[in-house]
Design a protein around this ligand. Sequence first.
Ligand code: ADP
Ligand code: MG
Length: 686
Amino acid sequence: MNKLDTSVQYIKGVGPKKANFLKKLNISTVRDLMNYYPRTYEDRRSFNKLINSVDGEKINAKVCISGTATIMRPRRGLSITKIPIRDDSGTGFLVWFNQAYMKDSFKQGETIKVNGKVKRRGLDIQIYNPYYERDNGKNKMLGRIIPIYSLTEKITNKEMIKLISKTLREYLAYEEEILTEEILNKFNLLGIIQSLINIHFPKNKELYLRAKERLVFEELLVLQIGLFALKNRYNQENKGIVFKECQQVDKFIKSLSFSLTGAQKRVLEEIVEDMESDKSMNRLVQGDVGSGKTIIAVLSMLKAYHSGYQSVMMAPTEILAKQHYESINDLFRDMDIKCELLVGSISTKQKKEILNKIEEGEIDIVVGTHAIIQDGVEFCKLGLAITDEQHRFGVRQRAALSSKGENPDVLVMTATPIPRTLALILYGDLDISIIDEMPPGRKKVKTYAVGNTMKDRIYEFVRKQIIEGRQAYIVCPLVEESEKLDLKSATELYQELDEYFGDVRVGLLHGKMKAKEKDEIMMKFNNHEIDVLVSTTVIEVGVNVPNANIMVIENAERFGLAQLHQLRGRVGRGEHQSHCILINDSKSNVAKERMKIMEKSSDGFVISEKDLELRGPGEFFGTRQHGIPDLKIANIFSDMKILKVVQTLAEDIFKEDPNLKLEKYQPLRRKILSLFKDKLDEISFN
Ligand code: ADP
Ligand code: MG
């Protein structure tokens, strides 16, 4: 066993009880402890003058004991010990409560370092219950940079410092340098031993930065090579289905009412190549809203059908699933392909029938929601598993979908554009195809950000468009999630607008409605029996009503840019000029800036990159984005520069030695294997 895998319990002074507390911090082994990096640091290298101390704040001071202790007992059960001190700026007292034994702790004239909270009334300066160290002793908590750790209640920062410092002393020698001499030199990186020492106990800022850089570098490198290796292994081990070459797909393409864009053709070719080869496909198709991903999915399913395999396509909402189902039925109307819809809202009896048929192989294409991945859904011969709008699903759900077959080819589709650097990490084990071209003839959606005072004029504009035969969406934030916020609920807005618009037909759609109701409303909107659809963000993904050319978004400042872009993608799908109106009450500069970006840009990549800059990754991905690997020190967003360097290096190493067989890469290889041991299934379906 590697010494670093020793349980923390066996470190002197820890024992089972403390080991349990450490476990809450995910620290089980010596290695975990050494890799438990500080949350932040406190620079205690310099000392303050007594005269500059501030009432209520902590002071770090070097003082001389200037007299003998006095003890007061103002009432029973309370003793106050005061010891006079001075430095070259003034005088004061160290004060202890109920610790009378402190009185003999110091010699008069002795210099000590203290840290404690100041109580100050004019020139009367007292430091309460201070922590102290002798001046001639070792700097432990004072006179140096102190690491601050994230902790549980049961462990103090001081204990943690002691524990880590001891662990480093005893175990650092067992730490292995996993970066080769060549890499260390080429990128001017600090060695592992110095890095670990200085990340916990930095001697100065420069060393701290170098330590951090090295550890970030290492962490990203291990992750990136690991992901490459995973993809490589997946490709080698998983002999996939070899789908037949077939003319029918080409014939079908010719029968479409439009011709594919160059980007669609290219992506389709990439998919076809994957499908016809014996490696199983694991491919992500990225394409902005409206770039035409659906038809690509449909063509792939057609190919699977002609090789005698079933396909499944999972969408995040019933509305979207239903829409896919309908357009597939429409496209395949002249063919003998059986397609079924499987969603939560169908009756048990109906469901049973469908499940039976799927299992018997009587159904060729299944379209649905999460309902598809539930137990009891068994396929006869599943060959192709497609996830639409994959960013709406968790890693496990996508994995569950492909586990419905024996190594089916996997296609995931997303409209959330991610720069390549990030895609290599987030989808490191997937091949990526990008549809970077819009179907011809699309008019740019005219976008305006307006204040609340413009509302009436906007509604009049909507009315005019309705009279000309168009349709409109009016989006308000989610009912469920914003109950506490002072926002108009969809229902209120609906009633208000229904009254306002008079004989214009207004409909309401929100997440709390039953699936059947939602479908009815959507169907009516689709059939132009509704002119204005007041809706929550449930229409965010996928829905396609080309005659709708107006998107009004209320409280637009509350949405993420990626989400606004997605919503805006619902219009601009037909021949008429479309408009997107962002009603907002933005006060902050960032909010105004964000609205401007929406006005200016219609490129999902540009928008998401700007959003990232302005709001940071948390907002960008939202809580829905799963599967970002757990990193200890690196941050794939703020460490983007290092990430880029690392990716090039990872690609080079991979070219040189794909299986890391060379002697010099053995330590690196061991590290990657240990990291990916239990993450394998999580990462491989990202
Ligand atoms: P998304 O990529 O957002 O899923 P869709 O697949 O829903 O986009 O496509 C949006 C619309 O564009 C659909 O009405 C579809 O029929 C149409 N479309 C797709 N490809 C083309 C094309 N090459 N030329 C013209 N229209 C297309
Ligand atoms: Mg789509």
